[in-house]
Design a protein around this ligand. Structure first.
Ligand code: AMP
Length: 367
């Protein structure tokens, strides 16, 4: 490579023509690679699964396990910067790569977002509310935590949870021991069940210079624990939306975050915002930004990791639905709708609950 590399800090911009390494081969990587290509970058994807959604549109693919350090070292040689679309890459993998190439979001951020208890501690430290929670490492600790939290609670694995996997709801009279055994881990968290009015999220980008560009707070509706639709903007009072955006920005600044960060929150019946979870990558509730905002969340990620200025987040009211499982068979109806923007992720096999694509409608504005 002709350009002198700056190790680990990424203080020099990477100009178009450079190569972005992405850990993880799913649809988030695919849409990032497409945004990267538009700006003239190449993408090299590192994934354990060959031929996935990202590899289909990437310039290069390495198929290897995340703990294959020889493959990681060879991968690092070919890229100018590394980012990820799969948030649960082992921390040792992130640190190994960060010692060789600029790596965003910084591994220290992943150390927080990969562990629910660490994440909640950090959020509470900033003065922001979460559901009541307690760490649980044994059946005895679970009994104790249930007594403290009271009412209905949710037991979750402390690491590697997504889309409601590794979770068990426990109400008064339920068999807590059975829930404990079903989780198959000795590292869990118990959270009070939040009787929320709605779920919202804020997706933002933070550049290497600390500049933040946040999209408006959006409303998320789930079916079977999987995001089903996103409504832009969330129908909440402007002051509450501003508070959500302020909280997300404060969390990103506190973490010294670089990249795209999603902050998921619950709105309670008394109009409080409780932070549920952080996602250190583009988020399903930000897919609408491809057509609904001047700069998509994927382009923002490319800009942030390459050290370019962030783009405009000017936006229009939008509606996004996920195309899940058999719904993919409805593609002819979506392509026939002149207002619908259909995205399919190139997954060869339909499975129940599998995210096959999404559709966005940008709502007409008056005038
Ligand atoms: P998570 O994996 O933490 O994002 O949880 C997935 C989904 O489960 C959330 O989007 C909520 O719909 C629901 N959920 C998670 N935690 C709670 C909670 N403490 N109270 C109520 N619902 C929850």
């Amino acid at each position: 490579m002709s350009r002198p590399l700056s190790l680990g800090t990424g203080e020099e911009p990477i100009p178009p023509g450079g190569t972005i390494g992405i850990l993880g081969g799913g649809q988030l990587g695919r849409m990032t690679a497409m945004a990267a290509a538009r700006l003239g970058y190449r993408v090299h994807v590192f994934t354990p699964d060959a031929g996935g959604p990202c590899a289909q549109v990437a310039a290069a693919e390495t198929v290897a396990q995340y703990d294959d350090f020889a493959a990681l070292a060879a991968f690092a040689e070919t890229v100018d910067v590394v980012t990820l679309e799969f948030e649960n890459v082992p921390l040792a993998t992130a640190e190994f790569l960060a010692a060789r190439r600029p790596f965003f979001p910084p591994p220290a951020c992943l150390a927080v977002t990969q562990v629910r208890t660490a994440e909640k501690s950090e959020i509470n430290k900033l003065g922001f509310a979460t559901a009541r929670w307690a760490p649980v490492r044994s059946a005895d600790e679970l009994e104790h935590a249930l007594a403290i939290i009271g009412g209905i609670a949710v037991l979750k694995t402390n690491r590697f949870g997504y889309d409601g996997k590794g979770q068990a709801k426990i109400g008064p009279g339920d068999d807590a021991q059975a829930a404990w055994v079903s989780l198959k881990t000795d590292d869990a968290i118990l959270e009070g069940f939040v009787d929320f009015v709605r779920e919202i999220s804020v997706v933002l980008a933070r550049g290497q210079d600390g500049q933040i560009a946040a999209y408006p707070a959006v409303e998320n509706r789930h079916r079977d624990h999987i995001l089903s639709e996103t409504i832009v903007p969330a129908s909440i009072p402007p002051a509450l939306a501003a508070e959500a955006e302020r909280m997300a920005a404060a969390i990103a600044t506190d973490l010294d975050y670089v990249g795209v960060l999603a902050v998921e929150m619950f709105e309670t019946r008394d109009s409080l915002l409780l932070v549920n979870e952080l996602a250190p990558r583009p988020h399903n509730s930000g897919h609408w930004t491809i057509e609904g905002a001047a700069t998509s969340q994927f382009e923002q990620l490319v800009r942030a990791v390459c050290g370019l200025p962030l783009g405009s987040v000017a936006w229009r009211p939008s509606h996004m639905i996920n195309v899940i499982g058999e719904d993919a068979q409805n593609w002819p109806a979506y392509v026939a709708d002149p207002r619908a923007h259909l995205h399919l992720y190139g997954k060869p096999e339909i499975r129940p609950g599998r995210k096959m694509g999404h559709v966005t409608w940008v709502l007409p504005t008056s005038g």
